[in-house]
Design a binder for this molecule. Structure first.
Ligand SMILES: C[S@@+](CC[C@H](N)C(=O)[O-])C[C@H]1O[C@@H](n2cnc3c(N)ncnc32)[C@H](O)[C@@H]1O
Length: 452
């Protein structure tokens, strides 16, 4: 039952206090009689045997009349983005922890030797904190070695650094950066190894260095998923919506499948599935038909042709960022995921990486879209065999983990399993300052698991 207090208008916003319930998926449930056109929700949980019953919710509603047709579309779009299920009256809570770490853009830029700015660098350094002894570190996505270089600088005790990247051109740059870093640094005991490999082969990579490493495990592993700026900015790779180039999109230039093959020769239904499942594109069927029709005219052979096709099916929004660019970004994402088989690779690799950790070792993963993040979240839960998704670490556990390192204030809620702990019940997202200064980080989410 909902009780709604008197709404007060403050600067065009009406503030209301109302109570509602929350279902098992942590959706706040409002009766459909409550007209939520757009609502910001600030929840305060009241003591109750059922933790989700009797949640007091402060909401802000725009006070224009609900039937104001001028605002209808805007309100609908806002409501959708706030995940308000109109019929059911559902509002999805934000489930993330925004980092409040200072972001020193200038010093990060100064330390980079490439156009790529490592995302959430301070947060990653906290995860592999310098007050924890780390003797072995595996960077599964070496890229321009931005994260790796910072970790090497922060850990003079490091003895083994292993860098893996499926893209040999990234690896060549990373090797040069690491060489120049190690040349001027006092790291007499550090051995670095780099491999042009897919991270799904992490076990064979470690075994190649020394079978004992596989047995004892490593202290830290990082995955910073997706593409580097060097890859996106090179039109020849076909990743960029904005630059014209071949429809390639392979992370590994040795791989046989290109985006062009999917567009021009995969069965119609498979093309549709890729757009729907990997791009979460609502217009997938129309796009599928257009792509298949384009085959009759010789097919699609450049990113520019694909973008033209996308623009032609979003005519009302042509030229507007909200329109075709968003659709194009989703289509490009879908093709990239399919070309590189990214989701299956990620899931199996997370298991493999966890197996490679030493007791107490940590795996940190930065993902850039919801499909990846969902896989990281669910795979972490399955790794620690925790079937109660919403279980939280109790105060004692939190105290124990904080006792390990008193400075680890970034750990807010943990999920305890029999063989590991998820240290980020909610993913950490970049600070507002980082988001302002590096738009590439906007969708980044960092999740961390620790082996027991
Ligand atoms: C976002 S960049 C990493 C940037 C790096 N952390 C830095 O600070 O410079 C991601 C890198 O991961 C690589 N990559 C993507 N998928 C991979 C996979 N399955 N196996 C190995 N490397 C992969 C890409 O080639 C790219 O260089």
């Amino acid at each position: 039952m909902v009780g709604m207090g008197n709404g007060r208008r403050i600067g065009g916003i009406s503030i209301s206090l109302l109570s509602c319930n929350c279902n098992s998926n942590n959706y706040l449930v409002f009766p459909s009689s409550v007209k939520l056109k757009s609502a910001a929700v600030f929840g305060v949980s009241l003591p109750n045997p059922n933790p989700w019953a009797g949640v007091a919710v402060f909401t802000t509603f725009p006070f224009r009349a609900a039937n104001d047709s001028k605002n209808k579309k805007v309100a609908k779009a806002k409501a959708t983005s706030a995940r308000v299920g109109v019929g059911m009256g559902l509002v999805k809570e934000k489930r993330r922890t925004r980092s409040n770490k200072d972001y020193d853009y200038e010093s990060i830029i100064q330390q980079q030797q490439s156009s790529h700015i490592p995302v959430m660098l301070g947060e990653v350094l906290d995860v592999f904190s310098s007050s924890r002894t780390i003797t072995s570190f595996v960077d599964c996505t070496l890229g321009a070695a931005g994260h790796s270089s910072a970790i090497i600088r922060a850990h003079p005790e490091l003895k083994l650094h292993i860098g893996v990247d499926v893209d040999p051109s990234a690896l060549a740059k990373a090797r040069a950066h690491l060489n120049s870093l190690l040349h001027g640094q006092a790291h007499p005991h550090l051995k670095t190894h780099t491999f042009a490999k897919n991270f799904r082969h992490i076990k064979s990579v470690l075994g190649q260095i020394d079978e004992n490493i596989l047995r004892s495990g490593v202290d830290a592993i990082l995955m910073d998923l997706g593409m580097s700026s060097m890859q996106v900015n090179n039109p020849e790779r076909g990743f960029s919506v904005l630059g014209d180039g071949p429809l390639d999109m392979r992370m590994d230039p040795q791989a046989s499948l290109k985006a062009e093959d999917i567009l021009n020769s995969w069965p119609d239904a498979e093309v549709g599935r890729v757009l729907r499942e990997y791009g979460e594109e609502s217009n997938w069927h129309l796009l599928q038909n257009k792509i298949v029709q384009a085959r009759l005219r010789g097919g699609l052979h450049s990113t520019g042709e694909l973008v033209d096709l996308i623009q032609s099916v979003t005519p009302g929004m042509r030229g507007r960022r909200q329109g075709w660019i968003k659709t194009a970004t989703r289509v490009f994402q879908a093709l990239r995921i399919a070309v590189n088989d990214e989701l299956k690779t990620l899931e199996s690799s997370l298991h493999a990486c966890f197996d490679c950790l030493a007791p107490g070792g940590r795996l940190g993963v930065i993902s850039f879209h919801s499909l990846e993040d969902r896989i990281v979240k669910q795979t972490f839960l399955s790794i620690i065999d925790h079937n109660r998704e919403d279980a939280e670490g109790n105060e004692e556990e939190l105290r124990n983990i904080r006792d390990d390192n008193i400075n680890e204030t970034w750990i807010r809620q943990i999920i305890q399993g029999w063989n590991g702990k998820i240290l980020t019940k909610r993913p950490i997202t970049p600070s507002a300052e980082e988001e302002r200064l590096n738009c590439r980080c906007r969708s980044a989410k960092l999740r961390v698991i620790q082996k027991i």
